[in-house]
Design a protein around this ligand. Structure first.
Ligand code: ACM
Ligand code: ZN
Length: 512
């Protein structure tokens, strides 16, 4: 009944029913998770659900921290009897995931008014919900995740997404016990993050001319702080991606001196790989990026900063006097090594500021930066190579994890060579390649689904591409390796889609 499937679930007879006297019993340490649960359940159940320190031992949902190393940093136990529901964990993250399971044990209607009602365009509780009996089956659940990196990436650059949509997604990521929101914030076609030191990044770089109409937008630092907090309250880390040295034309449109030629350009309106990239020979490029990252570090408290690193053509560097001089001065063999120099230099700066660098698998070319984490996207080969070099890896191969690819033979999208990635295909994904030894496999932190948005312009379309493929991926990342087959998942998905209905998510379905 639960997605992702718990490690162990034992269903007993009987039910617990929430009523007007049910309390949420917490300690000082677990109060915040208790408040979250109450705020989630009150709008739909219309029950008072007071959050109290004093625990009567009946008719309560208790959230308790216990010193149980078996549960790890994110595991939990949930025991429901006819008298009470007890969630225990070693950490508040574990309790939070126990609450997510509890919401899936309740009737799907409990998810009405998910998130902030006034901000989110989701349904209010219908009057009929009042007549629902808020029962939870008696169960014993023991649960913890298989992987620690369970992510979704959203491209806010090719198309811009408002804060409501970002928050709604964070809620759904949380519902699936995922814990990473990778936010792609800079691109050729738009710079989306306010940087106070460089206002033209967003005055110029955030906007493009689409057939005479100005298209774009950006997030203020205040909005970003708000999103980061919203995510943290749901035990989700936001990983910002600031692309370099390629995919940077929007920044160059704002500050042309950052490119090899210095020529003035517009923010592009065409997709694909652009030749105009940051000049690797110019000290100003590094000053600029260090200043940008200094503000980024302040906004995103997580450990990781994603620097892109993918698809950087070297054509401009080949012809640039400054870049060629850099190659000479640094004793580099070629432009691949110049890219490696670029990333290594940025890594030093990132590490010096107490953060860790993540990059797409192209950062392997010309030599990996010493502490880099690699996101393997062109396949699993980059991930295998990096693991074998003792580097951490996040898997997101185009074959299984690119949610911008078509999911039906009936629809050909001009991306991914017209291939089709069905939910079943996602479910077949195994993040740990056979080629790795047990020791090497420890470097695979997990995986993520990526939503690039060149061909996705509306919320409805984005949701159709994300769900239910994300549900399948969430299970592959949380649940144990051979916990179920696709048939079993599909059966649970039937009920899960009712939850997504309540949440007003426009998931993909072949049934008209
Ligand atoms: C990528 O899809 N260019 C990382
Ligand atoms: Zn140059």
């Amino acid at each position: 009944m639960i997605i992702p499937k718990p490690q162990k679930i034992e269903v007993k007879s009987g039910t617990f029913t929430l009523n007007e006297n049910t309390i949420i019993s917490v300690s000082n340490e677990t109060k915040k998770v208790g408040e979250y649960l109450a705020e989630e359940l009150r709008p739909s159940t219309k029950l008072p659900l007071p959050v109290e320190n004093i625990a009567s031992d009946k008719n309560r949902i208790s959230l308790l921290l216990v010193d149980n190393d078996n549960l790890g940093d994110e595991g939990y136990e949930l025991i429901s009897t006819t008298d009470e529901i007890k969630i225990t964990a070693k950490t508040n993250a574990g309790l939070f995931y126990g609450c997510q399971s509890l919401k899936q044990l309740l009737p799907p209607e409990n998810l009405y008014s998910h998130g902030t009602e006034t901000q989110h365009n989701v349904a209010q509780s219908p009057m009929s919900a009042i007549n629902i009996k808020w029962t939870v089956p008696c169960v014993n659940i023991y649960d913890k995740p298989r992987f620690k990196w369970r992510g979704i990436m959203l491209d806010s650059c090719r198309h811009f997404w408002n804060i409501d949509f970002i928050k709604k997604n964070i809620d759904i990521i949380a519902l699936h016990k995922m814990n990473i929101f990778h936010w792609h914030l800079t691109e050729d076609q738009g710079w989306r993050i306010e940087i106070k030191k460089y206002p033209e990044l967003t005055e110029i770089g955030a906007w493009r001319n689409e057939n005479g109409e100005k298209y774009g937008g950006f997030y203020t630092q205040e909005q970003i702080n708000d999103v980061v907090k919203y995510a943290a309250d749901r035990f989700i880390t936001v990983i910002p991606e600031i692309e370099m040295p390629g995919h940077s034309v929007a920044a160059i449109a704002a500050y042309p001196e950052l490119s090899c030629s210095g020529e003035k350009v517009d923010v592009p309106t065409t997709w694909g790989i652009h030749e105009n990239v940051y000049c690797a020979g110019n000290e100003n490029t590094f000053n600029f990026l260090e200043n940008v990252l200094t503000e980024v570090f302040q906004l995103f408290p997580g450990d990781y900063i994603h620097i892109g690193g993918d698809e950087c053509p070297k054509k401009r560097w080949e012809k640039c006097q400054k870049c060629q001089q850099r190659i000479k001065n640094e004793n580099l063999k070629n432009e691949d090594e110049l890219q490696s120099y670029f990333i290594k230099r940025m890594e030093k700066f990132i590490n010096k500021n107490g953060k860790r660098l993540v990059g797409w698998d192209e950062i392997l070319e010309g030599g990996l930066a010493p502490n880099a984490t690699v996101m393997s996207w062109r396949g699993i080969e980059g991930g295998i190579a990096a693991s074998k070099q003792d580097h951490n890896v996040i898997m997101c191969p185009v074959t299984h994890c690119y949610f911008d690819f078509s999911q039906t033979e009936n629809e050909k999208i001009d991306i991914g060579g017209g291939t089709t990635t069905t939910t079943e295909k996602v479910y077949e994904f195994e993040p740990i390649p056979d080629e790795l030894s047990d020791e090497e496999a420890k470097h695979v932190l997990g995986a993520q689904g990526n939503l690039w948005t060149e061909h996705i312009a509306t919320v409805e379309r984005a949701e159709e591409m994300l769900y239910p493929r994300s549900c399948a991926l969430a299970e592959k990342l949380w649940s144990s390796k051979n916990c179920s087959d696709f048939g079993n998942f599909e059966k649970r998905l039937e009920l899960h889609l009712k939850r997504l209905d309540v949440l007003k998510i426009n998931y993909f379905t072949t049934i008209p």
